[in-house]
Design a protein around this ligand. Structure first.
Ligand SMILES: O=P(O)(O)OC[C@H]1O[C@H](O[C@H]2O[C@H](CO)[C@@H](O)[C@H](O)[C@H]2O)[C@H](O)[C@@H](O)[C@@H]1O
Length: 377
């Protein structure tokens, strides 16, 4: 049976960013944007730039070509731009709504007063720049140092679509929490942290029963896609990624068709879209937002007003976590993006180098505060 789940960001509709069109069944179809009311309602966000998100369970993608169109429209790599293109009206109205976390640094840290800050960071596109080869998405040494320093002040978690072991092999900091497979595989620090909170062992896997199915689909996808040059399938333990960053655009539809064919036999798996990647996951109600809530609970902050979570991420899957923060009315989401995007995040940063700058400033701020108040942790 074909079942289509339409999942739309609540925050975006609440803040008046998009008016949703009825589903016409492509994998990702464009939403019709509403002019931002706060700015007089006269600035139109081009329709193709704002996408509503559809998740298609096992059944079938009927309109592959609409999906390919939406990928073309939403792919940042297709923006033909010089290093600093002139800012469009659309971009500046977006920046007003999601100001730079660097420019608003003082505002952000002023909210830290009396709270336990917990840091959550996505990996690809946030801590490491996007590159063609997923196996070579290394983080810079400076980023690693900044992350290590941040973790001495605040409990810090990496929340990634990748397999947990893989993301650990890139980060190599045993004092952090890691949530791999889009949050379905969570493990606490193996090393005792200086900031002495929640030192109970943490381990949780939300989708263990799906692993044999994921392995089976991985093998099937390898076979079905090996004739498409540049296509790559990545096994992330409880989910899969089918990469098309290096696939000729003319073959995107063929690739999506092959993926669809395989998935037709697995109604318990769903397909979503990331940055030049198709992501296949179990249809369970678990995502990066749930992982964030789980980790806050593990740290003893389930229903606490004393906690301030900060989540930094660049991808659609990070929106689930931004939405949790938005709905809790707690903490801040920071979206890493150079372009205007529908988001539940409060602030923005343009790229991983700005994330590093933000982390470094945070550490300097913590050190300064330590000097002023040496006895207050
Ligand atoms: O949640 P994340 O940590 O952001 O993981 C999401 C996906 O990231 C990786 O793919 C992305 O980065 C690659 C390396 O820069 C790039 O080649 C690819 O086009 C991007 O989609 C990772 O390989 C995927 O498995 C993750 O699902």
């Amino acid at each position: 049976m074909t079942k289509q789940n339409v999942e739309v960001s609540d925050c975006a509709s609440r803040i008046g960013m998009v008016r949703l069109t009825p589903s016409k069944s492509p994998l990702f179809s464009p939403a019709v944007p509403e002019p931002p009311a706060a700015l007089g309602g006269n600035i139109a966000i081009p329709q193709k730039k704002v996408l509503k998100r559809l998740e298609i369970s096992g059944g079938g993608v009927n309109n592959i070509s609409a999906w390919v169109d939406s990928i073309r429209a939403s792919s940042p790599t297709r923006i033909k731009s010089p290093a600093s293109p002139p800012e469009t009206e659309e971009q500046s109205s977006w920046t007003l709504r999601h100001p730079s976390a660097l420019q608003k640094f003082e505002e952000i840290v002023s909210a830290f007063k009396g709270k336990q800050v917990v840091m959550f960071l996505d990996y690809d596109g946030t801590l490491s720049p996007i590159v063609d080869d997923p196996d070579r998405a290394f983080m810079s040494r400076e980023m690693r140092e900044a992350l290590k320093d941040v973790a001495t002040f605040f409990p810090t978690a990496i929340v990634s679509g990748r397999c947990r072991d893989k993301v650990y092999s890139f980060v190599r900091l045993s004092e952090l929490f890691y949530a791999g497979s889009h949050g379905m595989d969570i493990k606490g620090p193996s090393k005792r942290r200086k900031c002495n909170i929640g030192n109970q062992p943490v381990f949780f896997q939300a989708a263990t029963e799906f692993q044999p199915m994921i392995d089976e689909v991985y093998k099937a996808l390898l076979k079905k896609t090996n004739s498409i040059p540049g296509a790559m399938v990545e096994n992330n333990k409880f989910c899969l990624s089918v990469h098309f960053r290096c696939v000729d655009e003319k073959r995107w539809a063929a690739l999506a068709g092959q993926v669809r064919l395989v998935l037709n036999a697995y109604p318990k798996l769903k397909l979503t879209q990331g940055r030049m990647v198709l992501e296949i996951r179990p249809t369970i109600k678990w995502d990066k937002g749930k992982a964030l809530e789980f980790l806050l609970e593990s740290l003893g902050y389930a229903n606490s007003d004393d906690v301030l979570p900060v989540y930094i991420g660049d991808d659609r899957t990070d929106e689930d976590a931004f939405k949790v923060l938005h709905d809790r009315g707690q903490g801040f989401g920071i979206l890493v993006s150079r372009v205007a995007k529908e988001t539940c995040a409060t602030y923005s940063l343009q790229e991983p180098s700005e994330v590093k700058e933000f982390l470094v400033r945070l550490v300097e701020w913590c050190r300064g505060r330590e000097r002023l108040m040496p006895h207050q942790g």
